[in-house]
Design a protein around this ligand. Structure first.
Ligand code: DAH
Length: 339
């Protein structure tokens, strides 16, 4: 019997395999419920007392050897798996990841900001929830001023002095409160007006405000700055300023660019005139400067404000303003190639 066990120990030591099925058969043969070791342990009961010690020793040796062998062979298989089998072919091309793209409003906003930053304008922002002073009163629009009707306002129910800003001109006020001239800043942001939603207008849209304050700033500086902008933005170098009215500027003007009448679309968007209105502007009213403690006898400046949606609609020939807010991927994907 002992010889048989020693022989089995030899067999275990000899056994080699890199095949999981074979290793499993080996395990079952030795260590399984009906395996050799169970038989040996059963036979152990009948072994005479004086042989038990030696017998037990060999059975245990056999059992440990079989167990170690199974573990070692399985480990060897696991370790022999290279990166290849563990992770697949590492040289295969990567899964194509769908890249997103910027929203057309962001694209146009960035372009506007870029153009002005090239001539020394900084970027500033203000809160969307604004108080009456920064949105209206400080900008020379006192409480009963009829010009307030130009902008239908959303007031906050919890505080009648607070509102959703109707224009980014409010940021002018805030910027001048915290900065001394010379000032050159553009303020992009979201604005809100209680207007019916249609193809041409929305109750939430975006503007960029511009402000330039220094000594000896003239209307000619304003015009030249706007000309630079329209050349950079639209590649158009003919503009005209039509007299207009804004309470925070004096004199005020609306800026038209000569778009041309080359295509049918040109006719349509310019209503047959070739001219397109793109923004409001003017020389900052001395009352506004006084309201922020800037001495209007020493300093002067200009301001302008434009709607981003309107410019994006012109540039990309988008027929309906609502398309900007629907987030239809088919629409948004069309701007993939735009920087
Ligand atoms: N805040 C005006 C608007 O929302 C736009 C504007 C006009 C801004 C003239 C200005 C300006 O700074 O000088 O319609």
């Amino acid at each position: 019997m002992l010889d048989k066990i020693k022989e089995l120990i030899g067999e275990v030591a000899q056994f080699q395999s890199a095949n999981l099925d074979e290793i499993e058969s080996f395990r079952i043969k030795f260590l399984g419920k009906k395996g050799i070791l169970n038989d040996l342990f059963a036979a152990f009961k009948n072994v005479p007392a004086d042989e038990r010690k030696e017998f037990g020793h060999y059975i245990n040796t056999l059992k440990n050897a079989a167990q170690d062998k199974v573990t070692a062979l399985k480990e060897a298989i696991e370790n022999s798996k290279g990166f290849e089998t563990k992770y697949g072919d590492l040289t295969r091309p990567a899964e194509p990841i769908e890249l997103g793209n910027r929203h057309p409003i962001s694209l146009v906003k960035n372009q506007i900001v870029d153009i002005f930053s090239r001539i020394g304008f900084t970027v500033s922002e203000g809160p969307e929830m604004e108080d009456d002073w920064h949105n209206f009163t400080g900008l020379n629009l006192p409480e009963y001023h009829p010009a307030r009707d130009m902008q239908d306002t959303f007031f906050l129910q919890t505080n009648p002095d607070m509102l959703l800003r109707t224009h980014t001109s409010s940021v002018q006020m805030r910027y001048m409160e915290s900065h001394q001239p010379p000032i050159r800043t553009v303020s992009p942001g979201r604005v809100f007006r209680n207007e019916d939603i249609s193809a041409r207008s929305h109750c939430i849209f975006h503007q960029v405000e511009g402000l330039y304050i220094d000594t000896n700033v003239s209307f000619a500086d304003l015009k030249q700055t706007l000309l630079y902008f329209t050349k950079e933005m639209f590649g158009k170098s003919k503009i005209r300023l039509r007299p207009s009215y804004f309470p925070f500027t004096e004199p005020s003007a609306e800026v038209d660019i000569y778009w041309g009448l080359e295509t049918e679309v040109d006719y349509k968007i310019t209503k047959g005139t070739g001219w397109l209105e793109i923004m409001g502007c003017g020389m900052v009213d001395p009352n506004v400067l006084k309201n922020v403690n800037i001495d209007p006898t020493k300093y002067s400046g200009f301001a302008f404000g434009m709607g981003i949606e309107r410019i994006a609609m012109l540039l990309y020939q988008i027929p309906d303003i609502r398309m900007f807010y629907e987030n239809d991927v088919r629409f948004l994907e069309q701007f993939k190639s735009v920087r």
